[in-house]
Ligand binder design. Structure first.
Ligand SMILES: [Zn+2]
Length: 218
């Protein structure tokens, strides 16, 4: 592990940080992404730097045992406390994508979870719950996230945005995109009289089917 090459993961962080704006999930530097290196370290986007000009050394390393110590040239994202809290509490999570995507954030502003309007929600849980509002970047927000984010792979942050997780950055990004899709779908279905919601039992069935699908792909 001593000679572990971080560069591919640093490249990964830059690629997905850039895709936040190119795929319409966030404006400017309003979102952020991170990826776990091992049980005690992760990489995260820097604060206040335009993502289209990021270099490998701009990506910040955070030590989970000493998250307050700046490791490199750049100051890590203001949402580092929230990412740190999730990595400490959820060993199953290896990457996080935070966005302010429009429809999902509208649900967050209304304090409404994104419900089981489509079976694809089963990749993340039975719904996307709402974390109560706390000031951005604060330890209080990190605590509130952990209270709600004990299971599942996505949450809404009230009056703020989205936090999506995965085993890889690609998967976390896919979940962030899916949460936005589900929120948009739910909003449109409201205009047609409201969506018919899927039961928890049906979502369990769908998850079983996904397992078979993944095996077939291998
Ligand atoms: Zn934010």
């Amino acid at each position: 592990m001593e000679n572990f090459d971080e560069d591919p993961l640093r490249r990964n962080v830059i690629e997905f940080a850039q895709r936040l704006s190119s795929e319409g999930l966030s404006m400017g530097t309003s979102g952020n992404v991170s990826v776990r290196i091992d049980e005690s370290r992760f990489l995260i986007t820097p604060t206040a730097l335009p993502y289209d000009s990021l270099e490998l050394q701009d990506v910040c390393l955070v030590d989970l045992n000493h998250p307050e110590v700046q490791q490199g040239l750049r100051k890590p994202s203001s949402e580092t406390p929230m990412h740190t809290a999730v990595y400490l509490a959820r060993p199953d999570i290896h990457a996080l994508v935070h966005t302010h995507s429009l429809y999902a954030t509208a649900f967050a502003c209304a304090g409404k979870p994104v419900s089981a309007v489509h079976y694809i929600v089963a990749t993340m849980g039975n719904e996307i719950p709402v974390v109560p509002y706390r000031t951005y970047g604060s330890p209080e927000l990190a605590d509130a996230v952990m209270q709600t984010f004990r299971t599942g792979l996505g949450v809404l942050l009230q009056n703020h945005g989205v936090l999506a997780a995965g085993k890889t950055l690609q998967e976390a990004f896919y979940h962030a995109t899916t949460i936005e899709y589900l929120a948009h779908l739910s909003f449109v279905a409201q205009s047609l009289g409201g969506p018919i919601l899927l039961s928890a039992a049906e979502l369990d069935t769908v998850r079983e089917k996904f397992k078979g699908y993944n095996q077939n792909k291998l």
